[in-house]
Design a protein around this ligand. Structure first.
Ligand code: FES
Length: 121
């Protein structure tokens, strides 16, 4: 089931560089406003968010958006529930930053945190 509609990125918007912060890991990287958040992280050679299929299928790149705007491609309800979506949880490989953002990696299974996940203190 599809949970998010893809938002059109305005054609007249010039490509910008947005700072993406992951404060609990002390990581920041840039996104060009035209590349999904996970790929932006990979291109900047950072590793704070777990990388899997890169296509919305595995759900391992789950993050919580704490601040910022983004365009979203469709995400499976099997990976992101309505409750999670309402809490700002998305797949990093399915969103494109449209502003500076602050995000937090989320474990796929809370009982088995990702090696990148650190508890927020
Ligand atoms: S990397 Fe698999 S859903 Fe994002």
């Amino acid at each position: 089931m599809i949970i998010a509609e893809k938002k059109a990125i305005p054609i007249e918007r010039e490509l910008s560089k947005y700072c993406i912060d992951i404060p609990s890991l002390g990581i920041s990287f840039q996104s060009d406003g035209n590349t999904n958040l996970l790929r932006s992280m990979m291109m900047s050679r950072h590793s704070g968010i777990a990388i899997g299929c890169r296509g919305g299928g595995c759900g391992i790149c789950r993050i919580r958006v704490l601040k910022g705007e983004f365009a979203s491609q469709p995400m499976s309800r099997q990976r992101i529930s309505l409750h999670e979506e309402a809490a700002g949880v998305v797949l990093a490989c399915r969103i494109t930053p449209l502003s500076a953002m602050v995000v937090e990696p989320m474990p796929l299974d809370p009982a088995k945190p990702s090696p990148y996940h650190k508890a927020i203190g």
